[in-house]
Design a protein around this ligand. Structure first.
Ligand SMILES: Cc1ncc(COP(=O)(O)O)c(C=O)c1O
Length: 449
């Protein structure tokens, strides 16, 4: 059979509410044209993020009922630890309430002012947590990845030549760790090859620098390796993921992505001394090391999710459905970041709306228009989010895991193509109110008439 179906059936449903265009116009005005400030109930298809928005399985819900809520030594923790150790090989498994909490603890222990942390592309919380310690966060994407239209198999790779130059310039003593984010979220959800991970492992091993994975979407990355990298066709996604983790000395992980959990994170390492320091810090703000800010039932949901996510049927469907959205809009003239990534499709709004200058936020204008037209929520990833540092003006359509069916995605395709038909009429925005930090969450805008 050629048709790839959702490899699950639906037992519990959550009704969606339709709204009228007039109602949406009012909601937009009230929210200052910032989609973060809309009420979720006023949205039909929510593609704001794939983080914490997954549908859990019957196994996960059943496991949650078995959650052991003991303050210390919970059975659920030991189950999670075993699952994570079997997958990653890391000795120390430290739970945290989400990925950024793991990042804060890791960087607080490892970074000092004057140090530099390289990454293929830092996620915004990763960068913020590094900079908060006084260290510098440097992105080293492949130069070829700057072209949104370039179709590279592993467009998420780190530039290893630039990495070597950076380490030589700064001195290995001032590089507390090297990170690689799989898949490369801020770089378009693009995968990183095993070959690239091997090169980073070799460089860091030679220079005695710890190598960490930001492993949020490790399973999607493993699938791309199986499909695209020579020599891995006969490997299972689990074997590939195990090899990916074996390259590194530790990882941070947001369980809100490839563990299908609604909350949770992990910090893993093989370094006993580091783990001790991390656990001491964990107790201050997250909790005892056998729960780290999570309920026992959350630990169970993560453990079950980690077992499910490497199922080939799931990964085949997941990557095919993201590609389905990407191809159906790109092949009809909507410029996307090519090729489609794992968890999201990124429309190149700067290219689609050349009549809107950067300082009038083409990505934001497109996000607003898509909501106004079809009640779809997406997110600007461009000058609103990154200010002067934005490399592109993108609109991200992130796909929650196991939540929407193909007809939902067909609806999204139809809406985007209709908006594209009359794109000349879309106008830009100016900011009328903004906070000092992370302005994309709460800035208010005014349409330019
Ligand atoms: C690559 C990457 N790293 C880290 C994080 C932070 O994880 P969390 O949202 O659980 O704090 C995210 C979240 O989207 C991410 O995509």
């Amino acid at each position: 059979m050629q048709t790839i179906i959702e490899p699950f059936r639906i037992k519990s449903v959550e009704p969606l509410r339709h709204t009228t265009r007039e109602e949406r116009e009012q909601y937009l005005e009230k929210a200052g044209y910032n989609l973060f400030l809309l009420k979720a109930e006023d949205i039909l298809i929510d593609l704001l993020t794939d983080s914490g928005t997954s549908a859990m399985s019957t196994e996960q819900w059943a496991a949650m009922m078995r959650g052991d809520e003991s303050y210390a030594g919970s059975r659920s923790f030991f189950r999670l630890k075993k699952v994570v150790q079997q997958l990653t090989g890391f000795q120390h498994v430290i739970p945290a309430h989400q990925g950024r909490a793991a990042e804060r603890i890791l960087f607080t222990v490892m970074c000092k002012p004057g140090m530099t942390v390289p990454n293929n592309t830092h996620f915004d919380t990763t960068r913020a947590n590094i900079e908060f310690t006084g260290a510098r966060a440097v992105d080293l994407p492949l130069p070829a990845a700057a072209d949104t239209q370039a179709r590279l198999d592993f467009k998420g790779d780190i530039d290893t030549q630039a990495l070597e130059r950076l380490i030589e310039g700064a001195g290995a003593d001032l590089i507390p760790l090297v990170m690689v984010t799989v898949t490369n979220n801020s770089g378009g959800g693009q995968p990183v090859s095993m070959h690239n991970l091997e090169m980073v492992r070799d460089i860091t091993y030679r220079l005695g620098i710890p190598f960490y994975l930001d492993a949020c979407r490790f399973a999607e990355n493993a699938w791309f390796i199986q499909q695209r990298e020579r020599g891995y066709q006969d490997w299972s996604p689990r074997q590939i993921a195990q090899k990916m983790f074996s390259m590194a000395d530790g990882c941070t992980f947001s369980a809100k992505k490839d563990a299908f959990a609604n909350i949770g994170g992990l910090l893993c390492t093989n370094d006993d001394r580091l783990a001790e320091q991390e656990k001491n810090l964990l107790i201050l703000t997250e909790g005892f090391p056998t729960y780290g800010g999570l309920a026992g039932r959350d630990l169970e949901a993560i453990a079950s999710g980690l077992e499910e996510v490497l199922e080939p049927d799931y990964l085949r469907y997941r990557i095919a459905s993201t590609g389905y959205l990407g191809r159906h809009i790109a092949d009809h003239g909507v410029p996307i970041v090519e090729p489609p990534g794992g968890h999201a499709i990124y429309i190149d709004a700067g290219r689609m709306l050349p009549h809107i200058p950067r300082n009038q936020f083409p990505g934001q204008a497109l996000a607003v228009e898509l909501y106004r037209h079809a009640a779809i929520r997406s997110v600007e990833i461009g000058s609103v989010m990154f200010g002067e540092n934005a490399r592109h003006e993108l609109l991200r359509l992130a796909i929650p895991r196991r939540v929407y069916t193909q007809s939902h995605i067909d609806y999204v395709v139809e809406a985007i193509l209709e908006v594209n038909e009359r794109k000349q009429k879309i106008r830009g925005f100016e900011i009328v109110e903004q906070p000092r930090f992370l302005r994309h969450f709460s800035a208010r805008f005014r349409p330019i008439r």
